[in-house]
Design a protein around this ligand. Structure first.
Ligand code: EPU
Length: 344
């Protein structure tokens, strides 16, 4: 086990925040994971799980053992007439895995092409795009349960997947995801309902073309983290009651909205931020992207406090205009590697 000290995590988080970890180790097997957890216990260090770093906000100094998940491998584990199930190491890059499924003639994940991050993070916030969520195709999540001190397989129904949420977000200290199993379709079933995806795919209704169109749409709107460090959508799209929506819609009839179950309505945070004047606007080194106001960008060498000042200002301006509280998507860590609330 190669535990390193004072490791700069800037290259390992897509917002490129300066964050130095007191202890760091790369995890490439389940045995290495157990060894590292023993070490953390002996040294009385908190453990922070680092995956692709595309949904986290890190402090400048981190006193914790960072476990950088890098378990690889893809295996076919089951098959029936309609589906094939594959088990994938948590450290596989998500986009490479999606491309691989398409090349194998397996359907379901094409709408999720080009999402940054690694496979192991996909269940945590139930990543989603263009009308599909990863949870729809997850068969089970393979974890180390730190409370029970045992490996476990959690079937999808027990993961409680919902919009950008799962049990893994509720209790972040309990489970360490080592592998994810996906049950994918052997026959094409393309999901073309979102926005202008159907028009983009046009007559060539193949999984390859759907995947290419999604890649194209994302590239045209969303900044490449290598050029403009970011964590994707910075805020969730608020879900409000129908009556609340009716009230806002009187004043703002153009507000993009999507009816949900239970008399609720999801509204577009990007539109709210745009209308509040933040599209392309910066506060110091941090700003909201000029082509998609929902994406916060680190334009220079920002640290966490710069990012927090900027997103608090956005939240304030949106609240003043619409009386809606925006909730950040990425998780925020304190100096001991523990989750902390965004509002304090
Ligand atoms: N809009 C504006 N101005 C903007 C941005 C958006 O007016 O600056 C309007 C758009 O015109 C559209 C609506 O807001 O009418 C929604 O925009 P878009 O279709 O681009 O999607 P989004 O709601 O901004 C969500 C997800 C994305 C996902 C896309 C496509 C959330 C928080 N975000 O974005 O997910 O890729 O839909 O499905 O649910 C992510 O979570 O990191 C992410 C990128």
């Amino acid at each position: 086990m190669n535990i390193q000290t004072q490791v700069q995590l800037k290259p390992f988080n897509t917002l490129n925040l300066n964050a130095v970890a007191s202890h760091y180790v790369k995890i490439q097997s389940v045995d290495a994971l157990l060894e590292a957890l023993d070490y953390a216990e002996q040294q009385q260090l908190n453990v922070l799980i680092l995956s692709g770093g595309s949904n986290m906000l890190l402090p400048e100094q981190l006193h914790a053992l960072v476990l950088h998940m890098d378990i690889q491998g893809t295996e076919h584990i089951a098959e029936d007439e309609l589906t094939q199930t594959v088990r994938v190491g948590a450290g596989q890059p998500w986009h490479d895995f999606v491309l691989w499924t398409t090349a194998q003639g397996l359907f379901g994940l094409q709408n999720l092409a080009l999402i940054p991050g690694l496979v192991g993070a996909s269940p945590v916030q139930n990543i989603g795009a263009y009308g599909v969520e990863a949870g729809e195709f997850i068969d089970a999540v393979h974890v180390y349960d730190r409370y029970e001190k045992a490996f476990a397989r959690i079937v999808a129904a027990d993961c409680h997947f919902s919009y950008r949420h799962s049990i893994f977000k509720d209790d972040p200290n309990r489970y360490i995801i080592t592998h994810v199993s996906f049950r994918l379709l052997k026959n094409a079933d393309l999901k073309l309902n979102y926005g202008d995806l159907k028009a983009a795919v046009a007559d060539e209704q193949t999984a390859e073309n759907l995947q290419n169109q999604v890649i194209h749409i994302r590239q045209s709107k969303l900044p490449d983290p290598k050029q403009y460090p970011n964590v994707g959508s910075f805020f969730k799209n608020p879900v409000i009651s129908q009556s609340e929506f009716d009230q806002i819609a009187q004043q703002f009839p153009n507000l993009p909205h999507y009816p949900q179950a239970n008399q609720q309505v999801k509204i577009a945070a990007g539109w709210l931020i745009d209308q509040a004047g933040w599209k392309g606007k910066k506060l110091g080194m941090v700003g909201m992207f000029h082509k998609q106001a929902l994406v916060l960008v680190n334009y220079d060498n920002a640290a966490l406090h710069h990012v927090r000042a900027a997103y608090h200002a956005v939240q304030q301006d949106v609240f003043n205009k619409f009386h809606i509280a925006l909730e950040p998507e990425p998780v925020l860590f304190d100096e001991n590697g523990l989750l902390r609330p965004h509002q304090d």
